[in-house]
Ligand binder design. Structure first.
Ligand SMILES: Nc1ncnc2c1ncn2[C@@H]1O[C@H](COP(=O)(O)OP(=O)(O)OP(=O)(O)O)[C@@H](O)[C@H]1O
Length: 272
């Protein structure tokens, strides 16, 4: 389904992504890990066409999405929705409108100016919010929600596009461990229940091990590991992160402390 062939992005003399190649056949949950500056964001941005590649191909069902232009490129962008570390919501706008903005590019300027949304779209937005456990937040301003709730709104906005692929750039990097877990559980549900591929840049090993079917490790723009979470040993992680023998996994952990985990169900209800 997805084949990445020798994709490179140069910034001046530096290769941010250097001949990256891999293939994903089904709707897998893929984690990309690596230290800051390894090229993870640049890769996701190339997939979504926010950044142009210098060379290489990304084939989706045989079509090179890197070569698409104009309307076709925009159609591809709505097929691979992106979520970001900082949620990228409109803070003063209500939650439901933020979700509806996922399909803004399908509407006329006039409809947008008068904030007129077809009833079917509004119902679908509310349905998605309900599915993600935040329907009662729909009338509130986005800025009034917790970080975990805001990220779920961003996921709802992505789902509004009905994408085949969800690209998540450090989706939990701004969240506390409990909210991080709720957001990762949500992404996993969407992956398993809907069969949508998820590719997430993650900065913590334990999250990659827990949620991913496949982990890709990047270092200095190159893919230096591509395997299952089981194969992601401490030694392999040390190579990916370029750390010496003192490498400490817990430094990259988002594990929830035991007493907090006991409160998880209660917290999940409170967060919903
Ligand atoms: N617009 C740009 N102009 C110049 N260099 C850039 C640009 N964007 C990224 N880079 C460089 O490309 C390299 C890869 O950056 P990228 O943001 O993709 O890494 P990352 O693994 O996502 O890191 P982080 O986790 O910190 O976001 C870095 O050296 C970065 O400085």
């Amino acid at each position: 389904m997805l084949e990445v062939k020798s994709v490179t992005r140069m910034f001046g003399q530096k290769a941010a992504v250097d001949r990256a190649s891999f293939r994903i056949d089904g709707p897998a949950f893929v984690g990309i890990i690596g230290r800051s500056g390894a090229g993870k964001s640049t890769f996701l941005r190339m997939m979504n066409r926010l950044v142009d590649a210098s060379s290489g191909e990304i084939l989706v069902d045989g079509c090179n999405v890197l070569a698409l232009k104009g309307r076709e490129a925009r159609a591809w962008q709505s097929q691979c929705a992106m979520i970001f570390q900082q949620f990228n919501l409109v803070p003063r706008m209500d939650v439901a409108s933020n979700v509806l903005h996922g399909i803004l590019n399908r509407r006329s300027t006039l409809q947008t100016m008068f904030n007129h949304w077809p009833r079917a779209d509004i119902l679908r937005a509310l349905e998605i919010l309900d599915r993600l456990g935040i329907a009662e937040q729909a009338p509130k301003r986005a800025e009034a929600l917790s970080g975990g709730q805001q990220q779920r709104v961003a996921i709802a906005r992505a789902l509004m596009q009905d994408p085949r692929i969800i690209l998540a750039d450090e989706p939990i990097a701004s969240l506390d461990p409990m909210n991080a877990q709720v957001v990762m559980d949500t992404l996993k549900r969407i992956n398993v229940e809907d069969g949508r591929m998820v590719i997430a840049n993650l900065h913590t090993l334990d999250t990659a091990r827990r949620y991913c079917d496949r982990v890709i490790g990047m270092r200095d723009g190159r893919i230096v590991f591509d395997g299952t979470p089981d194969q992601l040993s401490t030694g392999v992680a040390r190579d990916i992160y370029g750390a010496d023998a003192s490498f400490n996994e817990s430094a990259t952990s988002t594990a929830i402390p035991a007493d907090a985990a006991a409160d998880k169900d209660w917290a999940a209800q409170m967060l919903a």
